[in-house]
Design a protein around this ligand. Structure first.
Ligand code: GCV
Length: 679
């Protein structure tokens, strides 16, 4: 049995950094029923092993609740009063965020940050795609920490996402791990978690029924102490599947009654339940289209059922026809979400939120922004990311995706009429209810020894939370914090080495992967390793259209699918022109001849070759650099990363050679550096 990896939140290190400190609450009385306060008290005494004083004057740190002091109930401020540090906030939750900020600053030996700290986004959510048999769809870090048995499914991503029937109790009940996880999430500001896969199958459908609510409540109770609300993904056809009804039509009164009862039951057990996450009419999941209803009707019906309890409905915009014919060059999957949801702008209820993947296709290494951001003006929206590295190296290859998320969250939509046209900032301005906006991401932890398989993938979990809290904090600053906190006891050269590897890793991965935003050259279904034509003649609408002259999807208004016209006028005209299209996504938006010369003087074909050689060489360098940290960090972490790097090198080699050979065969153009490209 191994000791649970403490990630960036090592209580021994924090204790050492705060050994002269003591805490007190003001006012001192225990707020009746405040779960966060009780958890904080226990964490101070038991987890940190530091004194909690009854008399605030005797403490070095005072947590002072002052209702109504700030505009935002999660905001906090640290200040100095004599020799004391005072943490102030309207609520205990705000104090908890201040507490973790102080811990961070103490471990980093940083100067007290006395500015008011308020979250950029009200909803900061992680969506687990865990299934009730313990497997995780697109999970790369072992089995679910919520469901399944200790002896089951150590490596669950077996490519078959049907849940297997298991008998009896579906919950894992690993309280130690769940508490540690909840604490990690709270420490970076996550305030909502959905427990189960959005493809809701088998017992997953029944999680909303009395049979399983006590199990859900066990998890929700742990999360509550850390200010995290629990959500469940539901199967939209539940009235038919488990309600004994003939229909799931949203206008049917019996269907409405079914959902009202479901909500009553849930809230009688979990009074602060967050709400539902719904994937409907997508990739084979049921939805309102089956009954000739639109998505607003489908979502609002649920919104109405949950409204009396104050819950939310998070409705995914990942809706597209997954049965495309590759011969059909007119249909463009990138346009699907826009076409489905623009006509419904203003139709969704106040407690319904549209959750949209950051790009128009599917969490690829590089995509332009989903054009619905900025176009929708009367809809609550959340931007969705995937921390779990489905297309980004399966948490084997090191890949610091915070770089990508930062870019997508600060994307200039160039709508002149918005106060702030940047994608993250505009969410509140374009919402029906600005409190119902935010970010969501697919989680990346499992029963893995290091939570995330490759320990360096912990940086993505940390970074996601920090970025949700402050959309402007740079990926470099976030990474600096993570390295300092996680490798506190190592020397500065070791920390610099780790920083450099992680900092460059997202570009490195992109370099040896599918080129310049084209995406989907991965092994079908598994999504790890190259298969250049794996999706080219498939039904999923993810084509690259490489031919002997060039590669890329013509999405221009003039000659292509017209997708580019879905952006603001300014951005459309920039993207319409090949010369002003960012190189990082040029093949997503244009079919580009191999001999096209970019502004740096290089042709497309040479750019492809160069990037692929460079990506591979970087992984070789990582291996050399990583060897220098041997003996300077925890041995288990060292070995785990070394093992991943070896696999990454093999992966990068395949990507490099298959992609380069493919384009050499297609174009017949040799590498101008004379490097080996296989025939
Ligand atoms: C949960 C992609 C993934 C699927 C996932 C889907 C989604 O298509 O490959 O595994 O299903 O996205 O986001 O719903």
């Amino acid at each position: 049995m191994y000791e649970l990896d403490k990630a960036w939140l090592d209580n021994r290190i924090i204790h050492a950094a705060m050994k002269n400190d003591s805490f007190a609450f003001a006012p001192a009385d225990i707020d009746g029923g405040d779960a966060i306060r009780l958890q904080l008290q226990s964490d101070i005494i038991n987890w940190l092993q530091l004194p909690l004083m009854a008399d605030a004057k005797k403490a070095t740190v005072v947590l002072e609740k002052s209702a109504g002091k700030f505009d935002n109930d999660e905001a906090f401020q640290l200040s100095k009063k004599g020799s004391q540090v005072i943490i102030t906030g309207n609520t205990t939750k705000a104090l908890m965020y201040g507490f973790y900020e102080l811990l961070r600053e103490k471990v980093m030996d940083a100067k007290l940050n006395t500015s008011l700290q308020s979250p950029s986004q009200p909803l900061r959510m992680i969506d687990h795609w865990d299934q009730t048999d313990g497997s995780i769809e697109r999970g790369y870090a072992g089995a679910s920490i919520f469901f399944g048995k200790p002896d089951k499914l150590d490596n669950p991503d077996v490519g078959n996402f049907d849940v297997k029937h298991i008998n009896g109790d579906i919950f894992r009940h690993d309280r130690t791990r769940m508490i540690a996880y909840a604490r990690m999430l709270a420490s970076v500001g996550i305030n909502a978690v959905s427990l189960n896969n959005v493809n809701v199958r088998e017992q997953g459908i029944e999680l909303i029924t009395p049979k399983y609510l006590d199990g859900v409540d066990e998890i929700a109770t742990i999360f509550r102490g850390f200010g995290i609300k629990t959500f469940l993904a539901i199967n939209w056809a539940s009235p038919k599947l488990i309600g004994g009804l003939e229909t799931s039509d949203p206008v049917d009164p019996q269907v409405q009654e079914f959902w009202a009862n479901v909500c009553d039951n849930i809230y009688s057990v979990i009074p602060d339940f967050g709400g539902f996450v719904v994937k409907a009419d997508s990739e084979g999941e049921p939805g309102p289209y089956q009954y000739g209803r639109d998505h607003a009707q489908g979502a609002n019906m649920l919104g109405q059922a949950i409204k009396p309890h104050g819950g939310l409905v998070i409705w995914r915009a990942f809706v597209y026809n997954a049965h495309q014919d590759w011969r059909d060059r007119k249909t463009d999957r990138a346009k699907a979400a826009y076409n489905n949801f623009v006509p419904l702008d203003g139709h969704f209820a106040d407690n319904v939120i549209l959750q949209m993947k950051f790009g128009p296709i599917d969490f690829q290494t590089a995509e332009p922004l989903q054009p619905l951001f900025g176009k929708l003006r009367h809809t609550n929206q959340m931007m969705e990311f995937e921390i779990s590295a489905e297309y980004l190296g399966h948490q084997i290859d090191v890949n610091y995706a915070v770089k990508q998320w930062y870019k997508m969250l600060n994307y200039d939509t160039k709508y002149d009429d918005l106060k702030d046209p940047h994608s993250g900032a505009l969410l509140k301005e374009t919402a029906v209810n600005p409190a119902h906006t935010g970010m969501a991401a697919v989680g990346n932890v499992g029963m893995s020894e290091h939570w995330t398989n490759n320990p360096l993938a912990q940086a993505n979990l940390y970074g996601y939370g920090r970025l949700c809290w402050n959309n402007q904090e740079t990926p470099e600053d976030i990474l600096h914090e993570w390295v300092e906190l996680t490798f506190k006891q190592s020397d500065s050269k070791t920390k610099d080495t780790i920083f450099d590897i992680v900092d460059t890793s997202n570009d490195t991965y992109k370099d040896y992967c599918a080129p310049l935003g084209i995406g989907f050259m991965v092994v079908p279904h598994y999504h790890y390793g190259p298969s250049v034509n794996g999706y080219e003649y498939d039904r999923w609408g993810t084509y690259h259209f490489a031919d002997r002259n060039g590669v890329g999807v013509d999405r221009t208004m003039a000659t292509g699918s017209g997708f580019i016209g879905m952006y603001s006028d300014k951005l459309s005209s920039e993207y319409e022109n090949l010369e002003t299209t960012p190189k990082s996504v040029v093949l997503f938006l244009h079919h580009v001849p191999y001999d096209h010369v970019f502004s740096d003087g290089k042709t497309l074909i040479q750019t492809i070759y160069d990037l692929h050689f460079k990506g591979y060489e970087n992984v070789e360098k990582y291996i050399e650099e990583w060897a220098t940290v041997s003996g300077k960090i925890d041995d288990r972490v060292y070995e785990a990363v070394s093992d991943c790097l070896k696999k990454q090198l093999a992966n990068a080699l395949e990507w490099r050679d298959q992609v380069n050979t493919y384009f050499y065969r297609m174009s017949g153009v040799p590498d101008d550096q004379g490097r080996l490209i296989y025939e």
